[in-house]
Design a protein around this ligand. Sequence first.
Ligand SMILES: Cc1ncc(COP(=O)(O)O)c(C=O)c1O
Length: 663
Amino acid sequence: MSDTNEIEDSLTDAPLALPLDAWRRARGARMVTFAGYVMPIQYDGIMAEHLWTRESAGLFDVSHMGQLILSGEGVDAALEALVPGDIAGLAEGKQRYALLLSEDGGILDDLMITRAPMGLFVVVNGAVKWDDIAHLREHLPDEITISHLEDRALLALQGPKAVDALNRALMLEEALIFEIGTADTTGVDLAPAPKVASRLGGLERHTSLGLPGLSEPETVRHYTRLSRQNYAIDLGLFPLGSCTMKHNPRLNEKVARMKGFADVHPLQPQETVQGALAVIQELAVWLIELTGMYGVAMAPKAGAHGELCGILCIKAALEARGEDRPVILVPESAHGTNPATAAFAGFRVENIPATAEGRVDLAALKARLGPDVAGVMITNPNTCGLFERDMKAISDAVHAAGGYVYCDGANFNAIVGRVRPGDLGIDAMHINLHKTFSTPHGGGGPGSGPVVLSEALAPFGPIPFVSLMKDGCYKLVEEESAGELHPQTFGRMAAFHGQMGMFTRALSYILSHGADGLRQVAEDAVLNANYILRSLEEVLDAPFASSGPCMHEALFSDNGLADGFSTLDIAKGLIDEGFHPMTVYFPLVVHGAMLVEPTETESKATLDQFIGALRSVARRARQGDTALKSAPHFAPRHRLDETLAARKPVLVWKEAELAQAAE
Ligand SMILES: Cc1ncc(COP(=O)(O)O)c(C=O)c1O
């Protein structure tokens, strides 16, 4: 037990700028904010043994570490029962040190109680056993009970009132706007309008619209509260593997918002948008330079759209050769868009198996090549997070058999500046600008997936594209000039020539990083992913950990979790830890896959926090902690029926009667 006098002294004398601030300073604890409140984590010194068993870094964990946030009716009484003392008299912002007693009066734990606007915080030693304090339950008011989970003692409050209170305290629940405001709450009382003949032919409204009436502050607060429930890359790490959710430098945003770029219209006369066309052209040059390819089609509006563009180029090239090759080979670890694209373009898709180390089986691929094979679609780095080391050999074999090589370059951020796909014999590769060159994934709308092309495929690329003419002007090559300037094009696949907003962001990203900066992007992406992989492989099965360093993402599986525990439980547990879950159940080649992509933009401190949180959740899943089965506990919605949520989503508010009538 710690020196209680010392703690009390430091608490009573210290000014309290923030809740728990004095305690923090006395203990040297680090603070985190959660749901708008500042809380301590990671203590040194004499209190260390009373604190959570977690690794040194990490977000505090309400459910796991014994920190309770109590609020609502009956809480004071409940606490009074647990911890004798004047809890009711505790002023907001003040803290009290208390002792948790066993049935025979022995000291079980020293507690810190703080009254904050949201309720009471009680910090309980995670090692206190439920059996030690079961006797306290009889003192609690009916509406508040304290549950125990496995061997931990004080974990959550239960009972309708307590759950409500907890939700409110954590600001998790937000009523619908229809529930907050009624139609008669606000508005202007006008004198009745003079009767005029209606010109609506009987269509005039006789009943109220039923829109909620709220004052301006109520409306603003409602939407602000809702916006605070969003998880976003600007709030924290977004570990979605295969999605590259990385920080988007604000400089790019600034450039994209410059009037000349933001206001440009695709139907403007070309002589008025020469600057915009120059930007597209300059970006095209850099993409060719970075990939070592021959040409680039800038029009595709997403990664998958780029895949279609590349495959249509292959189709056109085969047609020009007068060959009918109906099959595209796709490794079984491919991103789902690859086989979908090939099938959409009219090819038959056949799988190539993966080796035990998670890469394309070169021997199996070679064995399948033949005159019916149009080409292969290979993601490199692949969706297991591995670099396809045999890429050059694959390309050589495919070319020797008369086929073309499509590379899904969505993960280019792992190799940019280090490897040029052109040197690996690739014929077509899309680049997700909205992943590699930072523009937000999806771009808040359409993304951008330019396709770099080899000399063999470039003549078949789509129109329109920007060309620098002899007179020094930029011109869009469209239908009317294609016959002369680009006669073998497969045609047009988008109304206009691309996404200006994505182009400006990507070019600004490339220019501001420079050659060395871009190389470092790849190095940091790989370093961060390997740090994650090696830090977690002892608590999570990492199926390809022995296949060498991973690239941009680390892959784990559900192997080794306790019976009945799955990847989904880990993902949901992470939400309670304050993190967005990783990608789950993808790639399909790994059972219960968990794909973590930390990206190059995260610091070691953030990665350590994430690792701490994931370790903690993984351990609980290995030990079969039943609390995890119902996680998340501290999110606006708890465990959903995923099937029902997907199949019967309730997306539109309806008045109860309308909803009933609809059923
Ligand atoms: C490997 C891979 N290929 C293709 C795509 C498809 O890209 P998009 O979502 O832009 O269509 C993605 C998406 O992130 C991807 O990760």
